[in-house]
Design a binder for this molecule. Structure first.
Ligand SMILES: O=P(O)(O)OC[C@H]1O[C@](O)(CO)[C@@H](O)[C@@H]1O
Length: 407
């Protein structure tokens, strides 16, 4: 239970770790025109309205959602209500921010707190009829029901014929671009195509990543999942590959303990993806079977921790989570949010080496991330100029990706 519910000392525990937070200013919500400003002022209200309109919610839930909308637009940030199971932790975490306009708080902190408040508004943690009803479930299910997914999964049959190293790289790229939630991706490789997705990579340390795994006699890989649906399917395909081709003796898949950032994966989403794979004949079914066996015999395991829903960068990770990473030969961080949390959601000069921003992490770490927010590190100066000149929105429009690795 301790790993699922933060207690009032959670912040203190994090502070015991000798990891200094970077001396670089944090991103705030109050810079007009910034990506963070747009998320708070545009996306957040739209999301509240969308969730309210998509459910047969009762008056108290509708009222709570409208109140949250109003608080974010016109009021000041309020603490969690008295009866919240995790109030003590959030009260200690939020002491510097409660009472401020939402716009004047850090982007990472407030976005995370927004999802906690949204869950409160719909009664997710309240014993009763709406207990543990995921407000984002319909969006995740729709993605798995998308008929075009059948074509992508069928392409796995072709992918299985490719030389092993080509399969490995293709699946790594699919796991990366699966993070581009709003665009299609291929979990296999269509006949005749030539790794088209290599193109948008701003950094590609994949050769070092594979070498790092090959050098270890019995690699243990930890994959910190991001989104459910298509992205998680690609992560599972990659996991299967790692386990079946001696790239990993053990894989631990880290998921969120409860819903977050709309589509972040929880255990129920892993089950749904395994079923979705099993519903498609051929290689997809085989992958589902192999993964189910790996779960049964312990080569694959699931893991979660309350910190995955906490509003802090990984510099504040608690000691037990750090130990889980320390045991890994390689930790693969998926997605944009994990990237922000890994390097810190701060105004890093983009040419700051990734080896510097990820230096504190307790194990070799790789990121597979589609760029969907302003922060980026490890970009070569020439590339930075070229990108800024050709596509001013490259940091946020999901067309560019990173495979970065720190040994
Ligand atoms: O699912 P991902 O890749 O973590 O992306 C989530 C990203 O979306 C946003 O919530 C913006 O909508 C970012 O703030 C966040 O980093």
């Amino acid at each position: 239970m301790q790993m699922l519910v933060p207690d009032a000392n959670a912040r203190l525990l994090a502070d015991e770790r000798p990891v200094p937070t970077p001396n670089v200013p944090e991103l705030l919500n109050n810079e007009p025109g910034s990506f963070a400003w747009g998320v708070l002022h545009d996306r957040t209200p739209k999301l509240i309205n969308q969730i309210r309109d998509a459910h047969p919610y009762e008056p108290h839930q509708r009222q709570a959602l409208n109140d949250l909308l109003d608080e974010i637009a016109n009021g000041t940030m309020q603490p969690l209500p008295q009866d919240s199971h995790d109030k003590a932790a959030w009260d200690s975490w939020g002491a510097d921010y409660y009472g401020l306009p939402w716009a004047d708080t850090p982007f990472l902190w407030s976005e995370s707190y927004f999802y906690r408040r949204l869950l409160h508004a719909v009664g997710f943690f309240t014993p009763g009829p709406w207990f543990w009803v995921d407000p984002f479930e319909h969006l995740k299910t729709a993605e798995l029901r998308d008929p075009t997914l059948n074509t992508d999964l069928a392409a796995l049959d072709h992918g299985a014929q490719l030389p092993i190293h080509e399969q490995a790289q293709t699946k790594l790229l699919a796991a990366l671009w699966g993070n581009r939630a709003d665009l299609g991706f291929r979990v296999g490789m269509a006949p005749g195509s030539e790794h088209p997705e290599q193109e948008g990579l701003v950094a590609d340390d994949s050769a070092d990543l594979w070498t790092g795994l090959e050098r270890s006699p019995s690699p243990r890989v930890c994959i910190v999942a991001d989104n459910a649906g298509r992205e998680l399917l690609a992560d599972l395909v990659l996991t299967d590959h790692l386990l079946n081709h001696d790239n990993a003796a053990q894989v631990t898949l880290h998921v969120k303990p409860h819903p977050y950032y709309v589509s972040d994966a929880v255990t129920a989403d892993v089950i749904a993806c395994l079923r979705r794979l099993a519903a498609c004949p051929g290689e997809a079914t085989k992958i589902s079977q192999r993964l189910t066996e790996a779960l049964a015999d312990g080569r694959l395991s699931l893991y979660t921790h309350w910190f995955y829903n906490a509003p802090w960068s990984f510099h504040h990770m608690p000691a037990d989570l750090a130990r889980a990473y320390e045991h890994a030969t390689l930790t693969i961080m998926k997605g944009d949010l994990n990237y922000r949390r890994l390097v810190g959601d701060r105004h890093w000069p983009p040419t700051t080496p990734f080896n510097t921003t990820a230096a504190y992490f307790p194990s070799p770490v790789a990121v597979l991330r589609t760029l969907k927010s302003d922060i980026v590190t490890g970009v070569r100066p020439d590339d930075l100029n070229a990108l800024d000149n050709t596509d001013p929105a490259w940091r946020t429009n999901g067309t560019h990706g990173l495979i970065q690795f720190r040994a």
